[in-house]
Design a protein around this ligand. Structure first.
Ligand SMILES: Nc1ncnc2c1ncn2[C@@H]1O[C@H](COP(=O)(O)OP(=O)(O)OP(=O)(O)O)[C@@H](O)[C@H]1O
Length: 875
């Protein structure tokens, strides 16, 4: 390039005075330069001090940026610059000018200050634009010299003049002389500025950290960040995004309010959820240093995140993203619209924000936990009062919808069989748009082995099913779930202690684990309570049935200690009873009607170890054949027409006690078969039921039929007969034990005197005679009824008469028999019969003589005469 003529060569050697003058100026300026601390001092040095010595218009100091081989303005004498009002000025003062062009290369290579005529250099190829601008503003010449640091050029001094020949030798020499000191001063200023900048940063960070330390809420954080970032980067926008609880998306948390105040926009902004892995947010989160990116370039690269478009329309070009991280945990990102990255400062700010964010989140978490706990407490007290399904439903719907934004899909409970699960509660309204599908799935049988149920039941805290993924994997329920628009299905086991009692299926976008666990525990308890309550009600009902039954039984309870009759035959019976009572052996009591079979059965039971429970009695003859089975074995609801309720049978009722099957000979064949099975297997099933129920029942059966004959006739199963006839006890008819008639009579007289309120103290001997002389086809029962009737007819304190029925048939038969005999024979058999009834007592009270109303001696003579011996009446 054409070098501007160096005027120094035109000058002759300077005079001594001039040299002296130069030295003085240099020394004075040198002193002044040592005083320079900052840019302003330097500016004053040029614009006042040097200007007072030499003529020029203005000065600029530029600094070299070695990185990109440019130089850029550092110190500007704005006031004197003739181009300051030019439109290009703001651009020029920020511009970087290439070092690789002839004009500046000439300066770099010159050992001394070098001047140029602007008109010569400004139009040369690649010449910097400031030359032209200055020339246009009337500047004629420029004097340039290098500033050096450690042997390397660090910048330039530009001195401009609007006159020709301003840069005299003296001026040049002075500039040359002070250039090294100026270099030092500029380096010092740079250093100072750096120190100052650092200090400013430090104090900024300190202030910020003080403010942040006081931050407790999102609002306080927003205020602190907004104020700080505005100070730092006044025109730039920013947003802090926080990682959501789902850990897959981020939402704006704190943002620059100068861009919008529109509540709608802000709301939409806050609710936006940007997937973390969008190719940009994840890059920032993974980058340990702030990441500067160009919005347009990211869009071109194919990042489709909607916020990029938004930024573009807002006019943001370059954005810095810095992760907000505490320890190893990322909390979010700070996006900043900024051109210049001060890594240190940004990192400082971000670490403060991260701490605040972590604190706020911890605070929020604590608050949330407290809220959740308070809420769980409320729910638990709600649930504690729950007694019915509808109470529970109301409580669940309230909590799920209002507090958790969750929908109940289904609660299933495990059936008594421990295998099937039945729907317990569900929200039909949830599947309004898929009613048919829901009904289908509802009708499906679900067991504990079903894939999803088994998975849930085996899990500790339940399983989260992502609706979208389940759809892809072909889960039949997913199509239904999809209709709700909710993202996840939470399947949790309902447990009481370690026992699974069912499953709960909830639909929500996201749910807190703690809440879920708490709620499930409460619901489990509530369901267990409801089930227990239902069972309790069933038991209550059963108890009421038992109670009714028992009341009925109590009415017929006898005073067991008073089995009357001490005759030999009854003694035999007592021996048998005491032999069998203590065991579980089945007893078969045989005897005519009214002989006391039930009385004996009860006495056996009462003497047995089962006597703490009442004996249960079934009269097999009293029930219609179609009901007998249900009576004995119970039935499930709906097992036959009329079975409206579940009912337990007498067998179950007699568990751990004794079942007395009265009139067992009357059992219809089907019932006989079932009875046999129960006796053999000691377990039963209710009619219409599938469950096998174990029973421990002692059996006592009674009949007035001859069972052997019934077996022979095919009316009674032989195998059942053998099972029942383990320990037979045959009660003799009353006519075969006349010795018991009197004690029985006295017993009944006492009993009925008491119950009827009569006072009957005596029984006329005639009465006893009459009773003894009767054959008692109805046995003890007949005697009892007779006495009861007779007492009612008695007026005094003595029972004078009994009203023995006159059986005409018997009379006829008897008279026919009598007619065929001689008088002597009739007399003989009559006396024998009477003696038999009087137990052979011939004379004295209660004797045959008394009954016959003849003296004892007369009877003795008659016995002799008729040849009656003891053999006849004791035979
Ligand atoms: N030895 C006895 N002592 C006192 N009372 C008796 C005696 N035997 C029977 N009875 C009374 O006679 C009545 C009939 O007795 P029970 O019902 O036990 O006879 P049963 O043989 O079971 O009759 P059925 O075959 O008709 O059922 C009852 O009131 C009972 O108390």
């Amino acid at each position: 390039m054409k070098r501007v003529k160096d005027k120094s060569s035109d000058f002759s050697a300077p005079s001594l005075a001039a040299l002296e003058q130069e030295r003085r100026i240099l020394s004075e300026l040198g002193n002044d330069i040592t005083e320079v601390r900052d840019k302003n001092d330097l500016l004053v040095l040029f614009s006042k001090r040097i200007k007072s010595l030499f003529y020029f218009t203005h000065t600029i100091v530029t600094l070299i940026d070695a990185k990109d081989e440019t130089y850029t303005p550092f110190l500007l004498d704005d006031e004197c610059s003739p181009i300051r009002s030019k439109a290009i000025y703001p651009e020029l003062i920020k511009a970087h000018f290439s070092l690789n062009e002839p004009f500046i290369q000439a300066v770099l290579h010159a050992e001394e200050p070098i001047s140029f005529l602007l008109e010569d250099v400004m139009n040369q190829p690649q010449s910097p634009s400031f030359l032209q601008a200055n020339h246009e503003a009337g500047v004629k010449e420029i004097l340039m010299t290098k500033l050096m640091k450690e042997g390397m050029p660090m910048g330039f001094i530009h001195i401009y003049s609007d006159k020709h020949n301003s840069f005299t030798n003296e001026f040049r020499n002075v500039i040359k002389g002070i250039a090294p000191q100026l270099s030092g001063a500029v380096s010092n200023i740079i250093k100072n500025e750096e120190i100052l900048k650092k200090e400013k940063e430090k104090s900024f960070l300190l202030d910020f950290s003080n403010e942040i330390a006081a931050v407790r809420t999102k609002e306080e954080l927003a205020l602190a960040v907004r104020t700080a970032l505005k100070k730092l980067n006044p025109p730039g926008g920013f947003v802090i995004r926080r990682i959501n609880e789902d850990n897959t998306t981020m939402s704006p948390y704190v943002y620059d309010l100068s861009k919008t105040h529109d509540a709608e926009v802000i709301k939409a902004l806050e609710q936006a959820k940007y997937p973390i892995n969008d190719g940009l947010q994840d890059r920032v989160l993974n980058s340990p240093i702030p990441l500067l990116f160009n919005v347009d370039r990211e869009i071109q690269r194919g990042i489709t995140a909607s916020y990029l478009q938004y930024w573009k329309t807002m006019g943001f070009k370059e954005i810095v993203g810095i992760r907000l991280r505490n320890g190893e945990i990322n909390h979010g990102i700070l996006f900043l619209d900024i051109q210049e990255i001060n890594v240190r400062l940004l990192k400082g700010i971000c670490s403060q924000i991260s701490i605040a964010l972590a604190n706020i989140m911890a605070n929020e978490q604590i608050n949330k936990k407290q809220q959740e706990q308070a809420f769980l407490l409320d729910f638990s007290s709600d649930v504690a009062q729950v007694r019915t399904k509808s109470d529970l439903q109301a409580a669940i719907f309230r909590v799920l919808d209002k507090t958790m934004h969750t929908q109940l899909s289904m609660i299933r409970v495990i059936d008594e069989d421990g295998y099937n699960l039945s729907p317990f509660m569900y929200d039909e309204t949830l599947f309004e748009t898929a009613k048919k599908h829901f009904a289908e799935l509802l009708a499906n049988r679900v067991t504990i082995d079903d894939i999803y149920t088994a998975e849930v039941l085996a899990s500790e805290d339940g399983i989260v099913f992502n609706v979208e993924e389940e759809l892809k994997s072909g889960n039949a329920y997913a199509r239904l779930w999809e209709t709700t628009g909710l993202k996840n299905v939470y399947g949790l086991p309902l447990r009481v202690g370690n026992k699974n009692i069912g499953t709960i299926w909830l639909l929500a976008d996201w749910l807190s684990k703690l809440m879920l666990k708490g709620i499930c525990a409460q619901i489990s308890i509530a369901i267990a309570n409801i089930q227990a309550n239902e069972k309790l009600l069933a038991y209550k009902k059963q108890l009421e049935v038992e109670n009714d039954y028992l009341k009925e039984q109590i009415k017929t309870i006898y005073d067991f200690s008073e089995i009357i009759g001490n005759g030999e035959q009854m003694q035999k019976i007592y021996r048998l009873m005491s032999l069998v009572a203590g065991s579980n052996t089945t007893v078969l009591i045989l005897g005519e009607t009214g002989t006391g079979k039930e009385l004996i059965a009860r006495a056996i039971h009462n003497a047995s170890p089962r006597n703490d429970k009442l004996m249960v009695k079934v009269n097999c003859a009293a029930l219609p054949a179609n009901l007998i089975e249900s009576e004995l074995f119970g039935h499930e609801r709906g097992s036959f027409t009329g079975a409206i309720d579940r009912r337990i049978g007498k067998f179950e009722l007699a568990n751990n006690s004794t079942l007395f099957l009265d009139e067992v000979g009357e059992l219809p064949p089907e019932a006989q078969a079932k009875l046999l099975r129960v006796i053999q297997e000691r377990e039963l099933e209710r009619l219409g039921g599938k469950q096998t129920i174990k029973v421990d029942v002692r059996l006592i059966a009674a009949t007035n039929r001859n069972l052997e004959k019934e077996v022979e006739a095919g009316r009674f199963r032989a195998d059942l007969y053998f099972r029942l006839n383990v320990f037979p006890v045959s009660l003799p008819p009353l006519r075969e034990r006349p010795e018991d008639i009197e004690p029985l009579t006295r017993f009944f007289v006492k009993k009925y005197s008491r119950s009827t309120g009569r006072v009957i103290r005596k029984i006329a001997p005639k009465v006893i005679q009459q009773l003894r002389s009767y054959t008692w086809p109805g046995n003890v029962r007949e005697l009892e009824h007779l006495i009861e009737r007779s007492i009612l007819l008695t007026t005094g304190d003595t029972l004078l008469d009994v009203y023995i029925p006159q059986n005409k048939t018997t009379d006829k038969q008897e008279s026919a028999h009598i007619l065929n005999q001689s008088l002597e024979e009739v007399e003989r058999s009559y006396i024998i019969e009477i003696l038999r009834r009087c137990l052979g007592k011939i004379s004295g009270p209660g004797s045959a003589a008394e009954i016959l109303k003849i003296p004892g001696n007369t009877l003795h003579s008659k016995l002799k005469k008729l040849g009656i011996t003891k053999k006849d009446y004791f035979g």
